[in-house]
Design a protein around this ligand. Sequence first.
Ligand SMILES: Cc1ncc(COP(=O)(O)O)c(C=O)c1O
Length: 398
Amino acid sequence: MNIATHPFDSLMDITSRPRAVFVRGQGSLLWDDSGRRYLDFIQGWAVNCLGHSPPVVVEALAEQAKLLLTPSPAFYNAPSLNLAKALVDHSCFDQVFFTNSGAEANEGAIKLARKFGALHRNGAHEIITFGGGFHGRTLATMSASGKKAFEPLFEPKVSGFPKARLNDLASVARLIGDKTVGVMLEPIQGEAGVWPATDAFLHDLRSLTREHGLLLIFDEIQTGVGRTGKLFHYEHADIAPDIMTLGKGIGGGVPLAALLATEAAACFEHGDQGGTFNGNPLMCAAGLAVLREISRPEFLKSVVDTGAFLASELQRISARHGLGEVRGRGLLLALDLKRPIAASIMAQAFERGLLLDAPQPDALRFMPALNVTRAEIAEMIEGLDAILMKTGAARCVA
Ligand SMILES: Cc1ncc(COP(=O)(O)O)c(C=O)c1O
């Protein structure tokens, strides 16, 4: 189809997008409708953990689609029961509620914490969250987020989310009061530019929350499902949160997310939570296929090895071009550019058929498929190197 014939104006204009229309994907590659090939290091924002259209997910969806799309959330279905059991078996949690997006999972986590506060903590309802955090785009999750750009939007916000500073335990301790019911954080702040909480901070935060009888809520929507080289990021710090949310990677490309809780925290009563598509068998069948693949120890080991290779290649590029640090863990990494050139690099990369993400003006984020190959990493590095050479040359001329 000629690009001019696409009805672009019929979609709400919610962000600026290049005028390419993607029609096909396979592994780390995408093609637009003019047949142009792109190497994808965004993967739907860390969604396609097995790459585009992975055969195991395609087959699981096709098989399930032939059997049953949805019986109604008023009835049980086998894929949701089996996926919940698999998640429980692989984690420190006892129960699961499935949702359709990460924001909805976090909204569920907030409701669960407030319910816990109503039942066990004298109506306490405040959840301490963190400056720079990102938890989604519903009203409550925007309020829980510490994203500057959200501050003036859609007032009045949902109240009850005082903000602490990541890796600063005293800033959390200062906010704890009678109304506090929990603390919620991303173990690596993705949207903010890939800023990790240290393992020591997470460890101390677990001790502090236990000491005060508070819930510790991990938003692992970006870090979960193998992204950092463990199935769930909390394992790195050797702690057990009370509540965790998953999204993105868990569906391997389809809209699936989950709210997990320990038995003590899972206090919803009938009528508190639900939703038409929640736990539908089609998405859960995809989730099961993904989890089977990613939970294999050899697979997780390969994420660690590939992540170390990508990090060392980025460090090499950084040294060559006088850039900053490489942050993150596993295959969620950022390159600090030290200057606000990320958007320009992203645009030049797109022109070369390379998809890179710029979450902040001075940082590039890398979240390829977890099975990305070294050859694909080498191709991306070569493209990035060429762009940086040009950018550097342009700077010298200017
Ligand atoms: C850490 C984190 N939490 C929540 C969300 C929201 O997920 P969704 O866009 O699926 O609603 C995101 C999305 O980027 C995220 O990175």
